[in-house]
Design a protein around this ligand. Structure first.
Ligand code: AMP
Length: 585
């Protein structure tokens, strides 16, 4: 289907966006200018993310403004003003110092979205140590892999998580000499102690030591397709990207209330669930619970959320529900909705416009890029299904690899190739921990090759095709699973689809779709054939799935991505590879 563009003009703005004219800002952009909009540490002692996110506001006009509004699973609401956040993060930094945790040492947090996670993250950055978040739902083995590969010196967690998942690993983690439990009042032993007791003893004043912008700040593990998870290293200078994308994509304005639904175990929950909103001095909503449609709409209404950042998987779940959100809830405070993590089907963009009153703005980035690289903006027309334009300061291109040292930039529009970014933006990952060679291989002739395939249209919009690993070669065609999945989702019975290629001697690979249905719809042969016919009509017989299998649920990562490689491994009876990020509940 050809989706109509969603037009933007100054009549559609209720606030003038920070980026009223994309092309003008893109051509006149400089990172130096962005740097000047930030503070820097006093006396030119460098640049520290936590100073930009917390202290400069606490010491200024936003002192009593809510920085974090935390909503507990039982409905408790806790507000942390910028001044209080400064004190709490100072205390945590002092705890680290007192325990001998130094610059560059790794501080891991294994916890749900509790306030201590956020305090630990920012306090760690203040101390010049490295923050490493882990999903609380990881099992012991993925936790062990990450703690040992990351050389964890200190872990913040809770008593139940410690007992169930970490206690049995301690013998194998000799370097981990401090575990701080967020939910106990007394120390368990010399290694496993009460965080609150340490915090009470610690001073509430702390001076951030000089911080080189290139100093390691955050370590994010991202799942590899096989083998060990990769540890992507980010530095303090990344805050320039967090700030710049907060300004131009999130369009933060003073007084805004922002909600990013991602868990900090995934990079989105750190870059945008912690850093970007705080750097802009807005109020950051944190919800302790996972997806729950009713609760989510209530949060949007009760907290008067202005800007909402979520993921396609959640949007698709909301789409499945047959009700009119705006009839039941007051969503009038919402100004912008953004999505990341997976391709956002055009259907979902338009659903947002119809049901929530706002189109959903897709944006693209990766753990390795540290921040948003390609986006739809408040002021730019949306072409549903497109990721939008590169951010100011980011040069994106479609390239073709010539050899290991050379790429060719594809100038013609509509040509499929590797999506690449000109290396050197501030939040670019600086290494894969312990894997120099793998890191080096990501860069060719000054370009970072993202591992995704895409195309650019004649007007400069980028369109996602697929992970290079997921592309299906069938009867001489290259098929991106996203295209097929999006079409399947246009069928009225289909809720979600995951598409893979199965080796086939006649046609190379055969396109197979796994499909989940909307509530109350029965899976039967008639429906299967109907969906197959529907897809064939829209996609043509070469690209449409030759096989469709109904499933109750598709395997997803904890960040909501459909795990196509797992669908494939299961289909073919192959080893499942690293499934530490598989959502199990
Ligand atoms: P991660 O590092 O886990 O966040 O995964 C990054 C990958 O997710 C990208 O390389 C893409 O394959 C996919 N991805 C993220 N955002 C988008 C998007 N807006 N459209 C399509 N794919 C996306």
């Amino acid at each position: 289907m050809n989706w109509k563009p969603i037009k933007k003009s100054s009549d559609t703005w209720n606030i003038k966006p920070n980026l009223p004219d994309y092309h003008q800002t893109y051509s006149s952009f400089s990172w130096e200018k962005i740097r000047r909009e930030l503070d820097g540490l006093p006396d030119s002692k460098g640049l520290n993310i936590a100073h930009e996110a917390v202290d400069r506001h606490a010491d200024g006009l936003l002192r009593d403004h809510p920085a974090i509004r935390w909503i507990g699973s039982d409905g408790t609401i806790l507000d942390f003003t910028y001044a209080r956040l400064k004190e709490e993060t100072n205390r945590f930094a002092n705890v680290l110092k007192q325990l001998g945790i130094q610059k560059g040492d790794r501080v891991f947090v294994l916890a749900g979205r509790i306030p201590e996670l956020y305090i630990a993250a920012l306090g760690t950055l203040k101390n010049g140590s490295v923050f490493c978040p882990l999903f609380s739902a990881f099992g012991p083995e993925p936790i062990f892999q990450r703690l040992s590969r990351g050389n964890a010196k200190l872990l913040v967690t809770t008593k139940p998580l410690y007992k169930q998942k970490v206690a049995g690993l301690m013998d194998r983690l000799p370097q981990l000499q401090n575990v701080l439990l967020a939910d106990v009042d007394e120390d368990m032993d010399k290694t496993v102690r009460s965080l609150s007791e340490q915090m009470t003893k610690a001073s509430k004043t702390f001076t951030i030591p000089p911080t080189d912008p290139e100093q390691m700040a955050i370590l994010h593990f991202t799942s590899g397709t096989t083998g060990m998870p990769k540890g992507a290293v980010h530095v303090h200078n990344a805050v320039l990207t967090h700030y710049m994308t907060g300004k131009y994509v999130m369009d933060f304005h003073p007084g805004d209330v922002f909600w990013c639904t991602a868990d900090p175990g995934w990079v989105t929950g750190t870059s945008y669930g912690i850093i970007a909103p705080l750097v802009h001095g807005v109020t950051n909503i944190i919800d302790e619970t996972d997806f729950d449609a009713k609760r989510w709409y209530e949060i949007l209404e009760n907290q008067k959320v202005n800007i909402w950042y979520t993921a396609p998987t959640a949007i698709r779940r909301l789409m499945r529900m047959e009700f009119e959100p705006r009839r039941e809830y007051d969503l009038s405070h919402l100004r912008l909705i953004h999505s990341v993590g997976e391709p956002l089907n055009p259907e979902a963009v338009v659903w947002g416009q119809k049901k929530l009153g706002l189109p959903i703005h897709d944006n693209w980035w990766q753990t390795e890029t540290g921040g948003i690289m390609i986006a739809n903006f408040a002021s730019v027309d949306i072409r549903p299904g497109s990721m939008g334009f590169p951010l100011p300061g980011i040069e994106a291109a479609i390239v073709r690899r010539v050899n290991n040292d050379k790429v060719e930039v594809v100038k013609d529009p509509e040509v499929q190739g590797d999506l690449a970014l000109r290396a050197g933006w501030p939040s670019m990952f600086r290494e894969y921990l312990h894997d120099e060679e793998r890191y080096r291989k990501c860069f060719v002739a000054g370009w970072y090759i993202t591992g995704d395939l895409a195309r650019r249209d004649a007007d400069g919009y980028f369109w996602f095709i697929g992970r290079a690993d997921d592309i299906i070669k069938t009867s001489g065609h290259m098929v991106g699973p996203f295209e097929v999945e999006s079409t399947l989702m246009e069928h009225p019975a289909v809720a979600e689809a995951g598409v893979i290629g199965i080796p086939n001697p006649m046609i190379g690979e055969l396109v197979k779709a796994f499909v989940t249905l909307k509530p109350k719809i029965e899976a039967d042969e008639k429906l299967r054939l109907d969906i197959m016919g529907f897809a064939r009509k829209k996609l043509g017989s070469a690209v449409a799935p030759k096989e469709i299998e109904f499933q109750d649920n598709l395997p997803k990562t904890r960040s909501g991505k459909i795990m196509r490689r797992l669908l494939k491994a299961r289909e073919l009876g192959l080893p499942e590879g690293d499934i530490s990020t598989l959502e199990t509940s």
